[in-house]
Write a protein that binds this ligand. Sequence first.
Ligand code: NAP
Length: 283
Amino acid sequence: MAVIIDGKALSAKLKNQMKEKVEFLKTTGINPCLAVIIVGENPASKVYVNNKKKSCAELGIESLEYALPEETTEEELLKIIDELNKNENVDGILCQLPLPSHICEKNVINSISPEKDVDAFHPENVGHIMIGDYTFLPCTPAGVMEMLKEYEIDVAGKNCVVVGRSNIVGKPMTMLLLKENATVTVCHSRTKDLASFTRQADILVSAVGKPGLITEDMVKENAVVIDVAINRLENGKLCGDVDFEKVKEKASFITPVPGGVGPMTIAVLMKNTVTAAECRKNK
Ligand code: NAP
């Protein structure tokens, strides 16, 4: 049976390290601060934003919340971001996605100053990730890399298969694995015969959002299986893409949902906020 990768414990460890850094920064007169913007009433987004605020409080990071109504215009949102960009006491700015359909996500992402872009979605930061020279890493893929490191899973020379090619998970995940010398295959909705690729994977990362997509027969014996997806079932329970109960009997390591990649994403967000505050100190 697979070792269950404990995202909760690892997230707590990383957050503790960040807490110490925050305490030190405060002795130098820098009070790390994260601004979180949410537009509208998306229930999942509200949960994510609350968790981010809670983590900030645990670590002693100041959080500014901008809970804006659904009908907020793009112009109004961009004006708030502009003010936060100029505010020297704000280290990180995060605008929770998705945004209501009348607001262009691309314009919003591009408006956040790259030095305060703790999600690492700005094209300038994406470019840095592409060339392997960065200040911030996108939170979810970086969280996965932290997990692999903690469990001493070496990716160099391994066959890694990433299922999903979104800008926030699949693509940056691919770049981070490549930087660590993995051989990476990326699959997506147009991939023909997905199983023929996943069965080759020494390390399989699934980031799709379809419960039951990855079944036992699609996984190689002793593979490392990382389930990034968060799906809510009709009964209210959370699950990933992977048939956890069956696949755990075959894999060597596996992440659960919940309690796997999710908590790591927030821990890396805290790390990025601390990094931004350290950059302010060293300016
Ligand atoms: P997304 O933008 O919807 O991307 C999903 C990707 O899956 C797309 O690239 C899509 O391919 C691909 N896909 C769809 N159906 C497929 C199929 N049958 N076979 C293979 N690939 C398929 O989603 P996302 O934002 O990347 O998020 C993915 C999942 O991760 C979601 O469940 C989300 O909730 C979760 N998530 C978790 C965290 C965390 O903290 N753990 C953070 C972010 C996201 P095309 O490109 O061809 O459409």
